[in-house]
Ligand binder design. Structure first.
Ligand SMILES: [Zn+2]
Length: 392
């Protein structure tokens, strides 16, 4: 392998900070999710650092950017992936303008600094260093900068459907991990449960069927729902949260409808269809006791749990690189949130590793920042992973 420290020295650290600051100043909050300007900026910097780059429009003002550092075609390509969108700044006041990219000491502030513009910039800087060092790679290094990770993974799915990444051997996602290596993520199975009743005047409730009271029975049973699962070594057990409830129109009317949404986070090995059936069975059992209980269940999101085996070469490469750069040995871990991996992994049947400079605890919070030295460290980690996977 070419002297890794020699390639690290080619990382344009000053440029990376400038680029990150510009990217933080370029709004890409989702909703509404207008990533086109961020995609253009990313493609510009990819070209500036010696990569091939294109902006791929999706619809309206939504777009991905795809970068490529060509290899010799002897090995399948490797995909680095990061999303362009951020969550909105939120209602709580910020110390600094969320779109300022303000630098204070070692930190750079802004919406998306941790989640995950910092990681995306580090990936592109790493590829730029490999380009500048003229390292011969056995396979292409691809960088997919995607739209809409925060809402529906539209960009990642578009990238898969375009066929441009269908030969990749694995994906490295730069989501916030504080430079640790995550190899498993929980699934997200979201349901909407509705109960239906019959309206009547609030002074004569006996003439109606109260959908809120019916929902009360559902809630009691649902909160005690037992899952079939095997405890996962990295992700633990599945969880269930009842996130919203709505129903009724007026105080003096018997409500004829009530709706809840349920957020179930699953572990690998659980079957989402089985969970759906158990919720439907629960409604069926209640109906047996009370024929007036009418209700239905609808799926609103269905994202699978993912895991990569610890012995996978991509995992080993990431652990080795992270240790070499941070000086700390890491054990692979799991994360509770989902990533663009849900669009890549089941379709492409590839291993996935998450490693990024941000801190997950800062994501979606006011005063989000990323530590600049960690962005540079991430770039070094990514250089080493690319060399392990694509070097000769
Ligand atoms: Zn993210």
């Amino acid at each position: 392998m070419k002297d890794i420290e020699g390639i690290w020295r080619e990382i344009d650290e000053k440029g990376a900070v400038q680029f990150l600051q510009k990217l933080l100043q370029t709004r890409s909050a989702n909703p509404p999710g207008e990533e086109i300007e961020a995609a253009k900026l990313v493609a510009d910097w990819m070209r500036r650092w010696g990569l091939e780059a294109e902006v791929i429009p999706i619809q309206g003002r939504r777009a991905n950017a795809l970068g490529r550092l060509p290899g010799k075609g002897k090995k399948p390509p490797l995909l680095f992936s990061g999303h362009l969108d951020t969550v909105p700044p939120g209602e709580a006041p910020w110390k600094y303008d969320p779109y300022s990219g303000k630098i204070v000491g070692d930190r750079i502030y802004g919406r998306g600094a941790s989640d995950m513009k910092g990681g995306l910039v580090a990936m592109i800087a790493a590829a730029g260093a490999l380009a500048k060092a003229k390292v011969p790679l056995a396979g292409d290094l691809l960088i997919g900068a995607t739209a809409d990770e925060e809402a529906g993974t539209l960009g990642a799915r578009h990238l898969v459907e375009s066929g441009q990444i269908n030969k990749v051997s694995g994906v490295l996602i730069g989501e916030p991990s504080d430079l640790s290596v995550y190899i498993a993520e929980k699934g997200a199975f979201w349901l909407e449960v509705t109960t239906r009743g019959k309206t009547a005047h609030g002074a004569m409730p006996d003439l109606g069927i109260n959908a809120i009271l019916q929902m009360n029975k559902v809630l009691t049973r649902l909160s005690r729902l037992r899952f079939e699962y095997k405890r996962h070594p990295l992700l633990g057990k599945p969880t269930l949260n009842i996130g919203t409830i709505s129903g009724g129109v007026k105080t003096n009317v018997v409500p004829d409808g009530c709706k809840i949404t349920v957020d179930i986070r699953t572990v690998p090995g659980q079957n989402h269809r089985t969970i759906l059936r158990s919720v439907e069975d629960l409604l069926g059992e209640l109906r047996k006791k009370d024929a007036t209980l009418q209700g239905e269940v609808k799926i609103i999101s269905d994202l699978p749990a993912l895991e990569t085996l610890p012995q996978d070469p991509l995992v080993k490469a990431a652990l080795k690189a992270s240790e070499a750069v941070t000086g700390q040995a890491h054990k692979p871990q799991g994360v509770m949130y989902y990533t663009d991996g849900v669009a890549f992994v089941p379709k492409l049947k590839i291993p996935m590793v998450i490693c990024g400079p941000g801190k997950a605890g800062l994501a979606h919070q006011p005063d989000e920042y990323v530590e600049i030295p960690k962005v540079h460290a991430a770039a070094r980690i990514y250089v080493q992973i690319a060399m392990e996977m694509l070097g000769n």
